[in-house]
Write a protein that binds this ligand. Structure first.
Ligand code: HEC
Length: 145
């Protein structure tokens, strides 16, 4: 009897512990993926309050500052490049090699596009935690229409 009760308690504690770390969207950390991705995209500050950084100091502090709050891009930046349209048709439906989450994460962190070509260096090579990288890529892929 005592043994059964003890194992029930252990199991309950274990399950409760898991529930704290796994979110319904599969984000590797407890802050919900899309709101965190949105905070990074729009403000350059994640939901834990950390400012996102890049390999070289970025010309502008957030994705939205270069790509627009709606991700439509088309903004002319110093040195000539024009920011890319990050909405779903431009990244997915109109592409021969559509962007996936993995390809987006590569573009954001390594500056390699969906064709394997390097992006203009004005696009920062972001240095994000695994969770922040996932969340901002997920936000771009699922929210910008
Ligand atoms: C300082 C301006 C700037 C900031 C800040 C910036 N980008 Fe960019 N981004 C660009 C430019 C310019 C391009 C186009 C590069 C090119 O044409 O080679 C680009 C391209 C991209 C692409 C490639 C799109 C394609 O069609 O291949 C993705 C994805 C992207 N940016 C995502 C992001 C995300 C996510 C953030 C924020 C974490 C961000 N960018 C922040 C300037 C910026």
């Amino acid at each position: 009897m005592f043994k059964a009760l003890a194992s029930w308690i252990v199991l309950t504690v274990l399950l409760a512990g898991c529930g704290r770390n796994i979110t319904t969207n599969g984000s590797p950390h407890p802050i919900a993926a899309v709101p965190n991705g949105q905070a990074i995209f729009q403000t350059g500050i994640d939901r834990a309050g950390a400012r996102v950084t890049a390999a070289k100091p970025p010309l502008r502090p957030s994705c939205a500052a270069c790509h627009g709050a709606d991700g439509a891009g088309g903004i002319h930046l110093p040195g000539g490049p024009v920011s890319a349209d990050l909405r779903h048709p431009a990244l997915v439906t109109q592409q021969k090699t559509p962007y996936t989450l993995v390809l987006l994460e590569r573009a954001i962190s390594n500056g390699i596009d969906n064709q394997g070509k390097p992006l203009n260096p004005v696009m920062p090579r972001w240095k994000l935690s695994k969770g922040d990288l996932h969340d901002v890529a997920q936000y771009v892929l699922t929210t910008l229409k």
